[in-house]
Design a protein around this ligand. Sequence first.
Ligand SMILES: Nc1ncnc2c1ncn2[C@@H]1O[C@H](COP(=O)(O)OP(=O)(O)OP(=O)(O)O)[C@@H](O)[C@H]1O
Length: 292
Amino acid sequence: MELTIKNLTKSFKDKMAVDDVSLTIMPGVWGLLGANGAGKTTLMRMIAGILTPSRGNIYYDGVKIGDLGEAYRDVFGYLPQTFGFYPEFKVIDYLRYMAGLKGLSRKTAERKIDELLEQLSLEEVRGKQVRKLSGGMQRRVGIAQALLNDPEILILDEPTSGLDPGERIRFRRLIAEFARERIVVISTHIVPDVEYIAACNAVMKDGKIIDVGTTEELVKTVEGKVWEAELTTRELAEYEGRVPIVNVRSEKGEKVLLRYLSETGEVPGSRPAAPHLEDLYLWLFSERGGEK
Ligand SMILES: Nc1ncnc2c1ncn2[C@@H]1O[C@H](COP(=O)(O)OP(=O)(O)OP(=O)(O)O)[C@@H](O)[C@H]1O
């Protein structure tokens, strides 16, 4: 199973949203990382077959997705960033309706819906109107509808926005389990949401893929460039704006623990820190790494 993207380009008038992207996506979780406006949604909508590329093609096991038509939709699940929910529908009716659109038989739909309501901890709200749910719950209903047809390819655009920390952890577990022998592409700017489950990550900037690799491969770029230093809040003010800061954590008393990126570790008392994907992300999107 393989999704191949070749020279994919999408421009809106004079805006190049996706710029000559080529990528081969194999089974497993793929993290698609990038800042707002990088082109992630546009790329995902083309993979979902709902936006026509200006140039280039997408192939599923060697066949253009446009030529697969209905057969592609049958193996495909998609959670858009924002979507109309039919807010008056109850959760159960919405999922039944979506299962109908996906061509599931009544019996299969009922079994699958029960299974997903349980996996996504939505059983208690099955009879509630979608519009009365919290944002995080609505997101989970969205994830459930994307999973109804047991898709071979699952595309999730910002699936964890609005989820609380417990929900995020459950979501990661569910997706990691689901992704065995399936292709799951998750777009996010919340790096930790994909860091531990993504078999591979693609980093997007200005419509282009600027880096692809496993988390271990990608973080090598910032090895030796991540530092931590204990400072007073006054000292911290001195370095703000001078170094790209990943994190500031309050310590006991007046002290803070600064995590920052630098070639040289210029803040006095710095010690090298083990790099994470979030460090790379900041490096690529900060001015220092920006020239990449
Ligand atoms: N229909 C459209 N018409 C004009 N410009 C568009 C359209 N859709 C997207 N763009 C532009 O293309 C660029 C990429 O947008 P896109 O939504 O794909 O980015 P993104 O990485 O998904 O960002 P976000 O996380 O904010 O959704 C942006 O500059 C956006 O303004």
